[in-house]
Design a protein around this ligand. Sequence first.
Ligand code: ADP
Length: 180
Amino acid sequence: MVRIVLVQGDITAEAADAIVNAANSSLLGGGGVDGAIHRKGGPEILAACQQLRRSHYGKGLAAGQAVATTAGRLAARHVIHTVGPVWSREEDRSETLASCYRASLRVADELGDRTVAFPAISTGIYGWPMEDGARIAVRTVRSTRTEVEEVRFVLFDERARAAFEAAVSELGHPWERDHP
Ligand code: ADP
């Protein structure tokens, strides 16, 4: 059973085998987590993303998919870029959001990464309601078969941390809190 650790803080300060980026389809950077990862990780990550655009991902990365690059100067072996769905009132895109977590864990498995740090995908610029985003994140991680031993959800603020604490408690999954 995967160990779930909740951390409040900046994901670019985490040490993990893989750090997950809430990227956009262009893979060429953006705001939020994406901007922070490129700023702190340095130009090597963007260069790797540009290379992906020139090769397998000419049209970019579709929502729900994941792909890895170097982590540059971050304290990680890889950055796993995944594109969350934009929240919609008209359409239920929960399955696409769940797919981000699943696909990222699959990429981590392929690379042999055992500790993975996730942000709360889609809950920033993409507008997903935090409580629901937290529930989908936790439910998906605990129901995915993976060799990953530890998932660290790195939550930017108190509200996000509380939402994830409620989600893990509700599902009865054992979890720990990490004090940075
Ligand atoms: P998305 O476009 O998928 O919504 P964002 O990066 O805008 O992605 O936001 C995803 C979540 O990450 C939001 O809850 C946001 O508050 C949070 N966030 C933003 N910057 C950071 C950071 N440096 N570390 C951890 N979480 C962050």
